[in-house]
Design a protein around this ligand. Structure first.
Ligand SMILES: *[C@@H]1O[C@H](CO)[C@@H](O)[C@H](O)[C@H]1NC(C)=O
Ligand SMILES: *[C@@H]1O[C@H](CO)[C@@H](O)[C@H](O)[C@H]1NC(C)=O
Ligand SMILES: *[C@@H]1O[C@H](CO)[C@@H](O)[C@H](O)[C@H]1NC(C)=O
Length: 230
């Protein structure tokens, strides 16, 4: 019985410690490299242990020093929505005050509806738009092409598939080549290999744009002097 009590005490202590830890935050700015969530500024987390990103329903200010609340954030009182302008907590969601409408370019900013109409904006802001803004933020971080900065060996795989992180830069696996057209590392095809697209065809020495895909086969571009040597 005593053992059981001790066990429960430990569980409670652990729970308190953990919830206290969750509130901790650091000083690493939005978009800067991090290792743990606690490194990042308030209302930010360390996305895939790599880069500080605002939590859902928070967006960075232009200086990247604060993650501001945005419309749609869950709240219990107006304080939670305080980093928005002209917003209140209504039905447990941060919303623009009466007679204010969400700025179409900034979901932390509620502007006077009168002012808004003067600029003849489309005032029907939907969740779909919010989602698009968030998606754009998501996509703006993380390596997307060969040579982009990375930290861990598998950081480049997500976007480029067969790529690894070498000396903090994304590189295609040996023998593969990065193509702009698809944003991925592909197996290059030499002269007289079968192909479907020009960008698949590549000379062994790496000279670009010498070959083309013609009738399903990699061949020299017409009259290209660099090709006839081979
Ligand atoms: C909002 O963004 C659009 C497109 O980027 C721009 O044309 C428009 O002027 C912006 N409006 C405001 C109020 O900044
Ligand atoms: C969005 O609006 C908030 C509140 O007015 C402001 O503090 C912030 O700087 C704005 N963000 C951008 C990117 O302009
Ligand atoms: C690929 O795209 C980058 C940037 O968009 C450009 O600088 C580079 O020249 C392109 N490479 C080829 C082979 O088209």
């Amino acid at each position: 019985m005593r053992r059981l009590v001790v066990f429960f005490c430990l569980v409670i202590v652990e729970f308190l410690l953990c919830s206290a830890q969750e509130k901790q935050h650091g000083t690493v700015l939005f978009g800067d490299p991090c290792e743990r969530d606690v490194n990042c500024i308030e209302h930010a987390y360390c996305r895939i242990q790599r880069i500080c990103q605002c939590e859902q329903y928070y967006a960075p200010n232009p200086e990247r020093t604060i993650c501001l609340a945005t419309a749609g954030l869950s709240c219990v009182d107006d304080f939670t929505c305080g980093t928005m302008s002209n917003a209140v907590c209504r039905q447990n969601v941060c919303t623009c005050k009466d007679a204010f409408t969400l700025d179409i370019n900034n979901s932390s900013n509620c502007i006077s509806s009168k002012l808004l109409c003067r600029f003849s904006f489309d005032i029907r802001i939907t969740d779909e738009l919010m989602k698009k803004i968030c998606e754009r933020l998501e996509n703006s971080v993380g390596p997307s092409k060969e040579g982009d900065a990375c930290q861990k060996r598998d950081d480049c795989e997500e976007a480029m598939e067969r790529a690894i992180c070498i000396d903090n830069k994304c590189r295609c696996i040996t023998g593969l080549r990065f193509v702009n057209e698809t944003g991925k590392c592909i197996q290059a095809r030499g002269r007289y290999n079968s192909c479907t697209k020009d960008y698949e065809c590549f000379l062994d020495d790496g000279t670009p744009n010498v070959l083309q895909c013609k009738n399903g086969e990699c061949v020299c571009r017409d009259n290209d002097p660099r090709c006839s040597k081979g």
